[in-house]
Design a binder for this molecule. Structure first.
Ligand SMILES: Cc1cc2nc3c(=O)[nH]c(=O)nc-3n(C[C@H](O)[C@H](O)[C@H](O)COP(=O)(O)OP(=O)(O)OC[C@H]3O[C@@H](n4cnc5c(N)ncnc54)[C@H](O)[C@@H]3O)c2cc1C
Length: 458
């Protein structure tokens, strides 16, 4: 009987196993396809793309990204540039967020007055000076949060004029939106380190769709619905991988792990022997933010068909419903970007409660119009997703580019490789950045090339 059960489990042996079919895993696979190494990609979800996920069902003919939507640092040096030119358009839906109007408004829908904007600009330039001064003068001293560093200057300069204060806060919450976190968590030493330089390009077909088309073009071998649970490197010749698919056991010489930082923080894969201390420290130290998208479709475009974005200075709380993308008719969709603690709090509400928050907000900024009832909606909840546990990484207080280098560094005598948006170590190039789809892609290419070099030399 025992023998019979053993025979049922098929053992498969590969040169390389890649864990995760997001941008990093896909890039590693494309790179390995250029070699004669045998490999397979294991993906726990039932789709390819990970945190680049396009919903093509809810809004019928409009593809909507619930994760990444812009190719940052868009240009010929971006590894996704050529793919976008060939595969990134959509036959039915074409949207470009460039052009059109930005509606920049106060909490009550009124315009922000020029004199208040001017005053706010002065205050902000002093806050940025303070941050530059701290980052420049504190190479050896302890890190602090951005909030801590600017707080005193902020309190000294901020005026009794409430609108000036709201505009300054609107700008401060821009940093928070970008990082998916709050200023009291973010490193002042690393402010402006590793941000994506250059322009952005909205992917009309959806960023998730683009990644799927890339996989199709390369015909990459991906096993979906396969959750990796254990990785055992105690045997020095073969790495043993346990998955949710009990009918097969996997062995390999090298492995590339691309699962999100949020999963590493929660130990969703058990390593035998456990990861070294320095790797665990880096995992714990690096910040990991939350951005959610609340997508709501209306029967008409009551905000005005030429409006492409709504930027709102909140009076209740910094950054609340700060930024909204407007898709024009016939889509008539608003995409609310919510981040940090506000996003976390919203995740605890029911869909109906979130809708109520949104409708109250819209009625406040469009007081003269009757906001119609929505016809469809979809809300992401990335921090509750067990295959992501959040959105993307950032520099939390005390983390720095060395933390990313440690996250990217091999373990188990160079047999376990690491890639992903959080593991794009600084290659010294002018355009280096992290936390994005294209940089996750670069990290996967790097890991695959390193394996190729190792195995060629051995
Ligand atoms: C709301 C939001 C907006 C964003 N906006 C942008 C943007 O506009 N532009 C941009 O460039 N970036 C953006 N990002 C960040 C971008 O999505 C990520 O940086 C990028 O997609 C990460 O790619 P990755 O391959 O590192 O990870 P992932 O895409 O998360 O891929 C990792 C894969 O591993 C799988 N996995 C996890 N655990 C296991 C396991 N145990 N076994 C097997 N498989 C497993 C996951 O299911 C996942 O598919 C955004 C992210 C979010 C959430």
């Amino acid at each position: 009987m025992f023998l019979k059960n053993c025979l049922k489990v098929m053992t498969m042996d590969f040169d390389v196993v890649i864990v995760g079919a997001g941008a990093a895993g896909i890039a590693a696979a494309i790179e390995l396809q250029k070699t004669n190494l045998s490999f397979v990609v294991l993906e726990a979800r039932n789709y390819i793309g990970g945190r680049a996920f396009t919903d093509r069902e809810t809004f019928i003919s409009t593809p909507v990204d619930l994760g990444a939507s812009w190719i940052h640092s868009f240009g010929s040096r971006n590894p996704l540039y050529d793919y976008y030119q060939r595969l990134g358009k959509d036959d039915q839906f074409d949207y470009d967020d460039e052009g059109g109007d930005a509606l920049i408004i106060d909490y009550n829908g009124r315009p922000l007055l020029p004199h208040a904007r001017q005053r706010a600009k002065l205050v902000l330039s002093r806050l940025y000076d303070r941050l530059d001064e701290f980052a420049g003068n504190n190479c050896n001293s302890d890190d602090q949060s951005i909030e801590q560093v600017i707080q005193t200057v902020y309190e000294q300069l901020i005026e009794s004029d409430e609108q000036v204060k709201r505009i300054v806060d609107l700008s401060r919450s821009g940093m928070e939106q970008y990082e998916g976190s709050n200023l009291n968590n973010l490193s002042a030493k690393c402010w402006e380190t590793g941000g994506a330089p250059g322009g952005d390009r909205w992917v009309s077909c959806g960023y998730g769709t683009l990644l799927q088309r890339i996989c199709k073009e390369h015909n990459i071998p991906i096993r979906l619905n396969t959750l990796v649970t254990h990785i055992d490197t105690s045997d020095t010749t073969r790495i043993a991988i346990t998955t949710s698919d009990s009918s097969s056991a996997l062995l390999c010489h090298r492995i590339i792990i691309t699962i999100p930082l949020g999963c590493l923080k929660r130990n969703t894969i058990i390593f035998e022997p456990p990861l070294p201390e320095w790797k665990r420290e880096a995992i714990d130290l690096m910040g990991y933010g939350l951005m959610n998208k609340l997508v709501v479709q209306f029967p008409d475009c009551f905000w005005g068909s030429s409006t492409r974005t709504i930027i709102h200075a909140c009076t209740v709380r910094r950054g609340r419903f700060r930024f909204t993308i407007c898709l024009p008719p016939p889509s008539n969709i608003l995409i609310f970007f919510v981040t940090g603690t506000f996003a976390k709090e919203l995740e605890t509400l029911t869909d109906n409660e979130i809708l109520l928050e949104i409708m109250t907000f819209l009625q406040n900024i469009f007081p003269k119009r009757t906001v119609p009832n929505p016809i469809r909606y979809k809300f992401s909840r990335w921090s509750q997703d067990p295959l992501a546990y959040g959105s993307y990484s950032n520099f939390a207080v005390h983390s720095n580019p060395q933390t990313i280098a440690d996250l990217a560094k091999e373990t188990a005598d160079g047999r376990v490789h690491w890639a992903g948006e959080h593991a794009n170590s600084n290659d010294g190039s002018e355009n280096w950045c992290y936390a994005c789809v294209h940089t996750a892609f670069t990290s996967g290419q790097r890991a695959a090339k390193a394996i190729q070099n190792q195995l060629n030399n051995s």
